[in-house]
Every structure is written in structure tokens, then in C-alpha cells.
Design a protein around this ligand. Structure first.
Ligand SMILES: [Zn+2]
Length: 255
């Protein structure tokens, strides 16, 4: 894991070697912080907690962008702050808990399962995170996973996008939902309307506002090609697991 790096004033990112997963920390004035999607391995979380302690930062809130196993972790060293998520995300994590535990035990074993996926639902319709740090708007949609939520910081124009707008992953659809492509497009529409100056994806590299708009366009182009049965010609389709996911999308939509 690369240790925490400040990517904008008060915005710190650590990137795990596993799946190029980002953990994002937003600092408040008096030593508090918000921790978004701490991940992935047990040592990754321990290093994150050590970095925060060294910097004199104490988690005052956590946030999980969506109910997939690699986004709902926590460890005792991060303390007992509430870990929020959108209500639909919390319901999904509860309903699918057994499968999520199987996933984490297979892929990143050794986490404290008492703390894994222990999420507090935001009050339905909440526009922002209930904490005393910089305003953090919550943008919830059902693209990629039910109740998927990005966090947007209007002061710095920072978008913590969760598993959307990645430079290394194609749009990954939740094929258990009745309209996975429509859900994904609705999510992209919601994000595209924001005045983003800094993008932090859940997997991949951060980018500026121009790069954000390029990725939104690339994701729309992928979905257009998928729906019309064309080869997307997407340079992100370079790894086997992503071409497998693409083939699952194709089979789901076109039989
Ligand atoms: Zn995900």
C-alpha cells in the first residue's frame, strides 16, 4: 500500500495494491476525519489506521459507497465512529451478509467480521453526511449496486465516486436488477451534473475535471455499444476478468 497522500487540501488517498483500490480520508478542522471505503487487506487497514494516528487524525465518521465486500470494511484501530451508507445499501449488505462474508474470507481473509459491514443507514433522503467536517453531499443511485452513493465535497469540487468513473474498469452492471443499464445511466447523469474538479474512483487513478468528463463519456460510449450489440473497443477491456464481465453483460442483454 502506498501511504496516505494529500491530493487536495484536506483530501487524503491511500491506494491498495489489491485491485488498485482507494481509501479516502476527508479531514475536519480539529483532528477529526471522515473515512470513505477503507480497504482492502488486513495490513492495508492497519497501515491506514497507523497513518491516521501519526497525523493526529481520529475518524469521526465512516462511509461505505456501496454494499460490495471490498467497500464495507473496518478495523478496531479506526475506532467506533458510525459508518454510514444509503438505506438501500445497508439493506442489501444485511440481506447478502453471508455471501459478502464468503467473498471477504476468500479474497482478503482475517478481517474482524464483527466490524465488517456494520453500517448505519442515513436518514432517507439525506442530502449530506451528518458530521461536523466539510459539507459532504451524498448522491445515491442504483448503478453498479443498490444504493450506490458518491460523496461530493462542494468546497473543493472533489467527487469520491465509488465504483464508477474508473480509468481501469469498464462500467460493471448489477445484473440482479431489472434495468441495470438504465440504473447505471441514471447514476452517470447524476454525477455528470456536478462541478467536479477532482475525481477519486474506488478503483484506479484520480483525475481532474477534464479527466472526469472524459471518463463519463467513455462509460456512456461503453453502455451505448453494449446496448446496440457493438464491440465497445474499450481500452479498459485488457484484463481477463473484465472481458469476462463484459461477456456476462452481453449475454444478459442479448441472450
Ligand atoms: Zn463494487
Amino acid at each position: 500500500m502506498h501511504r496516505l497522500t494529500e491530493v487536495a487540501t484536506g483530501v487524503l488517498v491511500a491506494t491498495s495494491a489489491r485491485y488498485v483500490t482507494t481509501s479516502t480520508v476527508i479531514t475536519a478542522r480539529d483532528g477529526g476525519c471522515l473515512v470513505i471505503d477503507p480497504a482492502v487487506t488486513v495490513p492495508d487497514l492497519r497501515l491506514l489506521a497507523e497513518d491516521l494516528a501519526e497525523a493526529g487524525l481520529r475518524p469521526r465518521a465512516g462511509f461505505a459507497t456501496h454494499p460490495h465486500w471490498d467497500h464495507i470494511m473496518w478495523c478496531r484501530e479506526l475506532g467506533n465512529a458510525p459508518r454510514y451508507a444509503a438505506p438501500r445499501a445497508v439493506e442489501t449488505a444485511r440481506r447478502e451478509r453471508a455471501g459478502l462474508i464468503d467473498d471477504v474470507e476468500r479474497s482478503a481473509p482475517g478481517h474482524d467480521l464483527d466490524l465488517f459491514g456494520r453500517l448505519t443507514p442515513l436518514v432517507p433522503g439525506s442530502a449530506s453526511l451528518p458530521w461536523d467536517g466539510p459539507e459532504a453531499l451524498i448522491l445515491t443511485h442504483d448503478g453498479h449496486a443498490p444504493g450506490h452513493s458518491a460523496v461530493f465535497l462542494p468546497d473543493s469540487g472533489t467527487l469520491v465516486a465509488g465504483d464508477m468513473c474508473s480509468d481501469i474498469e469498464i462500467p460493471l452492471l448489477d445484473l440482479d436488477q431489472p434495468d441495470p443499464v438504465g440504473d447505471y445511466r441514471a447514476g452517470l447523469d447524476l454525477l455528470a451534473a456536478l462541478p467536479v474538479r477532482l475525481l477519486i474512483p474506488g478503483h484506479g487513478n484520480a483525475g481532474d475535471g477534464a479527466e472526469f468528463r472524459r471518463r463519463v463519456a467513455a462509460d456512456i460510449a461503453y453502455l451505448d455499444a453494449l446496448e446496440h450489440g457493438r464491440d465497445p473497443g474499450d481500452p479498459r477491456l485488457s484484463l481477463d476478468w473484465l472481458t469476462d464481465e463484459h461477456q456476462r453483460h452481453v449475454r444478459h442483454l442479448h441472450g
